[in-house]
Write a protein that binds this ligand. Structure first.
Ligand code: COA
Length: 382
């Protein structure tokens, strides 16, 4: 996916901008668009003090866990990281050249056939935890099989998703705590975000009383697009095109003249900056120092400066999020799948909330087509 060729819309289609589509007690963007809270807790506090697993617990169970609750929860996740052999076989049959988002979408759907949700009231918690636990397994089993020809054991015994992911990706047990924490923080920030396109997709599917896996599979499809989750990959490809900050400045100005979208900038809700981006910029800078990078971080800062000067647009979560993942050595096509690995927590909370207060989501369209007219028989058509 390249950033070139995504044109800014020439006329304003509504895109439901500013429309309140339902109530939620899961997360809130503050009125100034400067903060984001999960169940009332600021992401600034969560990103500096909590772990991803604590945040998943908070989203699913509506409270922060005690130490013992968190330990049981993590043990539960550890137990559910293995994959059924039938799902492994399907992953082996999928092409190694496929888009990893297709792998997660197919893996989620396949798991739903082998481990169906029979009774939503009884099974939905189990399915939510299963998906949080095993999305890294699905992605990395497929990746390592096709890249290295290895059938890896995905049940690593590692309680933290970030460490589990990096150790499966690299095939190493020991990962530096700084790298684990950087990935952990990104997962926290990606975990939930109110009524965005993929979450609304999940809620719409759940509102038909469909099953949990169908709702999440639909969410993955919505997240894949470059205007939503796919922006982190497109942003990284853009950053890598430039060798110096000056080159970046020139390239971005040319893109704006051609009315192209610069991926990783702008946001439907945050018009004064994305609070998640500020946290990830700090992490990208830390990792740039660790990697002794003197090229990419300055290029990003220059792009940020130019975008503000020319368009008054701020970076969103995907811009410095992309750089953070790049410095962690994560292949670019896995950036959006990592978003899925985190966001399945928020999707799950929303599916359960939708089910608890369900009414079919079925809006209306404003008809702008031809007026009623008589049917024209085949022989009379020109
Ligand atoms: N690059 C260049 N121009 C952009 C832009 C970007 N990333 N984002 C917005 N703009 C422009 C719009 O074209 C519009 O210009 P105009 O007034 O001349 O028509 C203006 O800035 C205002 O944009 P707005 O209509 O308020 O944005 P939106 O709410 O419709 O769209 C996004 C929000 C996220 C879809 C949009 O900013 C975008 O496409 N960003 C790039 C993709 C991305 O990073 N997505 C991840 C979001 S977390």
């Amino acid at each position: 996916m390249t950033a070139v060729g995504f044109m800014a819309p020439s006329s304003k289609a509504s895109g439901l901008a500013g429309v309140v589509a339902g109530e939620t007690a899961i997360s809130a963007v503050d009125r100034e668009g400067l903060d984001l809270t999960y169940r009332g807790y600021s992401i600034r506090d969560l990103a500096s003090q909590a772990t991803f697993e604590e945040v998943v617990y908070l989203l699913l169970y509506e409270k922060l866990p005690t130490e013992e609750e968190l330990r049981f929860f993590c043990q539960d996740l550890v137990r559910q990281r293995g994959l059924p052999p039938e799902v492994c076989q399907i992953l082996e049959r999928l092409p190694g050249s496929a888009n990893p988002m297709d792998i997660l979408r197919t893996g989620c759907s396949a798991l739903g056939a082998f481990e169906p949700e029979r009774d939503p009231e009884r099974d939905q918690w189990k399915v939510a935890k299963r998906l949080v636990a095993c999305f890294p397994s699905i992605l990395l089993y497929w990746h390592r099989f096709h890249r290295d020809g290895q059938r890896i054991e995905t049940a690593t015994g590692e309680p933290r998703t970030a460490a589990h992911f990096l150790s499966l990706l690299r095939g190493e047990r020991e990962i530096s705590p700084l790298e684990v924490r950087a990935l952990d923080v990104s997962l926290i920030l990606y975990a939930e975000h109110e009524f965005n396109a993929s979450t609304f997709t999940c809620r719409t599917i759940a509102s038909t009383l469909s099953d949990f896996y169908s709702a999440v599979t639909g969410g993955i499809g919505a997240l894949r697009g470059p205007l939503h989750g796919g922006a982190n990959e497109a942003a990284m490809e853009l950053i890598l095109r430039f060798k110096t900050p000056d080159e970046a400045e020139e390239g971005i100005c040319q893109m704006l003249q051609r009315k192209e979208l610069v991926m990783g900038f702008g946001h439907r809700v945050y018009k004064k900056g994305d609070p998640r981006s500020r946290v990830l910029k700090e992490w990208a800078q830390k990792l740039a120092e660790l990697r002794a990078d003197q090229r990419l971080f300055p290029i990003c800062e220059r792009i940020e400066k130019v975008m503000f000067r020319e368009k008054q647009l701020y970076p969103n979560v995907d811009f410095y999020g992309a750089l953070t993942y790049y410095f962690l050595g994560i292949p670019i096509p896995m950036f959006t799948p990592l978003f899925v690995i985190a966001r399945v927590a928020g999707w799950s909370a929303h599916i359960m909330e939708q089910r608890a207060h369900n009414r079919l989501i079925r809006p209306m369209g404003e008809y702008v087509g031809p007026s009623p007219r008589p049917y024209v028989p085949m022989h009379a058509r020109s």
